[in-house]
Design a protein around this ligand. Structure first.
Ligand SMILES: [Zn+2]
Length: 512
């Protein structure tokens, strides 16, 4: 999302170095080696059943955190052959080492933040200690609660790459009633032991250790929602229910839980009183996490009327997409943000279509304001020129929303309403959302074509990605029975209204 955040509190500054809703970009690398995990088409069910499956080697990490939250003692034992490299996503990580790694059998070759471990003997163990005091949040900000809030991994050297027959499990040993939250899937009832996800670690993640409100909700299909509340939030129960309802809206839309594990972190900040949720961000490193900044002093109804949460959750339906095609991921989230609110009954459907229409019109205006630029270049120019006010942001978000509106309508029209965007996204979720790789826009549209047995997505991609003008949405509005009179949306009962109604009808939900 995009909000006019100005200065934020100091600890939030550290926590959130990026403003807006563009998903976390890659961090630059000093080494040419990439952390890409070269596995394709790994389904959530596969990931779920992966833990301790036969023939899978498990590399075990034991992490001991001290009471002051200043040190992490790590003992890592490989199961059989060690991975070629361990890596950490922080250039200065070596400086934090209090005790250099010692190997039980064989030796490690140090290459900055990469450790070459292929010289180790089978089943070797490594032990090291890192200073993690830089992550401690000022106790005055947390009402004297002990809290380590980590958005950069400065100390946990993880396998750079895992084969399909390897996995990494991290167990935490914590003092007293300290808790831990990660985007990794918990493996035990105490929520201390986790299966590290396979997406590249440098896609960003949140790791929280210490005294904080940490809630886990397990569904019948074993998918887990972890909700963390940081700081002195008011009406905590209401906020938890709001997040659970928002996830429910996504589950209803898709007909299933989108992922085996979702971490959601709520952080209080009351400086931006205009919106109950001034900011949100999705991180994908090792698993999915969403961070929201909230103003908990606002009435809970305001949260249900705000689009930020449905927008961020909608991002989970798409994979990580190449930056130049990020208009697709922002577009999907922008297309669905109001529709999910209406589907959940939080706003009337007429208002959802009105808001969607207004967004699309902002996109059309932004396109005019920017002047002739191909959409893929707009994304690049927005980054280079940082022109928030030129209309580029609006063009990016709402051109993408137009893409999905047109695709949804065309799918329904050509299939006589047997197939819509929701079903195609559900298929994509099943096969590909956890692929652990970054997708190009063309590649994604071709996959969606394959899943829908159409050529709708790639044809629209060719048309919109390389166009200098805003997509023509009029045929979709006409085709869905949406009339616009003096900028006000009027829902008609004319031909096409059944397509429109179907867009707002949840798919069958497998989990109650
Ligand atoms: Zn977004």
């Amino acid at each position: 999302m995009n909000s006019g955040l100005g200065r934020v509190e100091e600890w939030l500054k550290i926590a959130f170095s990026r403003i807006g809703c563009f998903e976390s970009p890659h961090k630059s690398k000093t080494f040419s080696k990439l952390l890409l995990v070269s596995i394709l088409g790994v389904s959530p069910a596969f990931i779920n059943s992966f833990a301790y499956a036969e023939g899978v080697r498990t590399h075990h990490y034991q992490v001991k955190i001290n009471k002051q939250l200043s040190q992490a003692q790590v003992k890592l034992c490989f199961d059989g052959e060690a991975p070629e490299y361990l890596a950490v996503d922080y250039r200065k990580a070596t400086k934090s080492l209090l005790k250099f790694p010692e190997a039980s059998d064989g030796h490690i070759e140090f290459q900055g933040r990469y450790w070459k471990t292929s010289f180790l003997k089978d089943n070797a163990c490594i032990q090291y200690t890192s200073d993690i005091s830089g992550h401690i949040v000022d106790p005055r900000k947390t009402h004297n609660k002990k809290l380590s809030f980590q958005v950069d991994n400065t100390w946990l050297w993880l396998p750079e790459k895992l084969s399909l027959t390897e996995q990494a499990v991290v167990s935490f040993e914590l003092p007293g009633d300290y808790q831990v939250s990660t985007p990794w899937r918990p493996l035990d009832k105490q929520y201390r032991k986790f299966l590290v996800g396979r997406s590249p670690h440098d896609w960003g993640m949140t790791l929280i250790i210490g005294e904080f409100d940490n809630h886990f909700y397990k569904s019948k299909d074993d998918s887990i929602l972890n909700i963390v509340l940081l700081g002195e939030l008011k009406q905590k129960d209401n906020l938890i229910e709001w997040i659970r309802q928002t996830e429910r809206a996504l589950v209803d839309f898709l007909g299933k839980h989108p992922l085996p594990m979702i971490q959601v972190v709520l952080i209080e900040n009351r400086r931006f009183r205009k919106s109950p949720v001034p900011w949100g961000e999705v991180n994908r490193g090792g698993g999915i996490g969403i961070r929201f900044v909230v103003d908990s002093s606002q009435p809970i109804d305001n949260f249900y009327q705000d689009w930020t949460a449905t927008h961020e959750f909608s991002h989970l339906l798409a994979p990580k997409i190449d930056y130049r095609d990020s208009w697709l991921s922002e577009g999907l989230a922008s297309y669905l943000q109001y529709l999910l609110m209406a589907q959940a009954g939080n706003i009337p459907s007429e208002l959802a279509w009105q808001k969607l229409y207004e967004g699309l019109m902002r996109g059309a205006k932004g396109t005019k304001d920017v002047g002739p630029e191909i959409l893929r270049d707009v994304v690049e120019n927005r980054r280079k020129k940082g022109s928030w006010r030129s209309g580029r942001t609006m063009r990016i978000y709402w051109s993408g929303a137009a893409y999905f509106l047109l695709a949804d309508w065309q799918l329904r029209k050509t299939s006589k309403n047997k197939l819509g965007l929701a079903q195609v996204l559900a298929k994509f979720n099943q096969c590909c959302v956890l692929s652990g790789k970054e997708w190009g826009g063309k590649e994604l549209s071709e996959k969606l074509d394959e899943l829908s047995k159409t050529s709708i997505f790639s044809e629209l991609y060719q048309e919109i990605a390389y166009s200098e003008s805003f997509p023509n949405i009029q045929p979709a509005l006409d085709g869905l029975g949406i009339k616009v009179v003096a900028d006000k949306v009027v829902l008609t009962e004319h031909q096409g209204h059944q397509y429109r109604d179907s867009i707002l009808t949840p798919l069958v939900n497998i989990d109650n």
